[in-house]
Design a protein around this ligand. Sequence first.
Ligand code: MG
Ligand code: MG
Length: 261
Amino acid sequence: MIIYKSREEIELLRAAAQVVSRTLGKVAEAIEVGVTTLELDAIAESYIRSQGAEPGFLGLYDFPNTLCISVNEQVVHGYPTNEPLKDGDIVSVDCGAILDGYYGDHAYTFAVGNVSEEKLKLLKVTKECLDIGIAQTRVGNRLGDIGYHIQKHAEDNGYGVVRELVGHGIGQTMHEEPQVPNYGRRGRGKKIKEGLTIAIEPMVNLGTEQIKYLEDNWTIATADGRASAHFEHDVAVVDGEPDVLSTFKYVEEALAKKKKK
Ligand code: MG
Ligand code: MG
């Protein structure tokens, strides 16, 4: 069952999403060659708690950390480790927080040091896929319109769209109905209605869409070992239009400041 949200609930979701947005901004300040992903995890956890919120992933499905960090060929669900990040890595950082009983869940893929043109283009196109999906999130459309346009943009660029993992409704639980696939057919699926709140999260591979599970039976990686990118926003339908509850503003500000140095 899809739980449509009131304006008040949407504002609670926005507040939670904004905690995650600011947390990703803190990660953006810290991420560089030589930093370990466990260090990034500690920064995120302490920041979330400083905001009166709680990490949303910690303990969910027995996940032991605050961030899911997936490097290069890892698609999603990666565990933070003691391994330092290397020049040329791309790093998906997915973060959840709970504030006043509502969840925020969003993700950004960072370029570390000097990243190849090939990987930079993957990041750019995957982020465009997210924006294209958001633009479809309006009354009058169906869920299939979101997936169709995300898939089309990725495949027009020669990339593979992961099928096994999808976006989702979000509210007082992290994963609600409906599922929001990053592929699909135009005009198919459930109608998009006022008060729908979803996390849209394209996962796009440089190579084929095939994935595999790593030995930990949890982390998902591309089957061909080529890179994968992942961007995620929380989106509500308000007055028939998409209202993006999370923001990359803090990430972009932090990255611009670093560039200047
Ligand atoms: Mg999600
Ligand atoms: Mg997420």
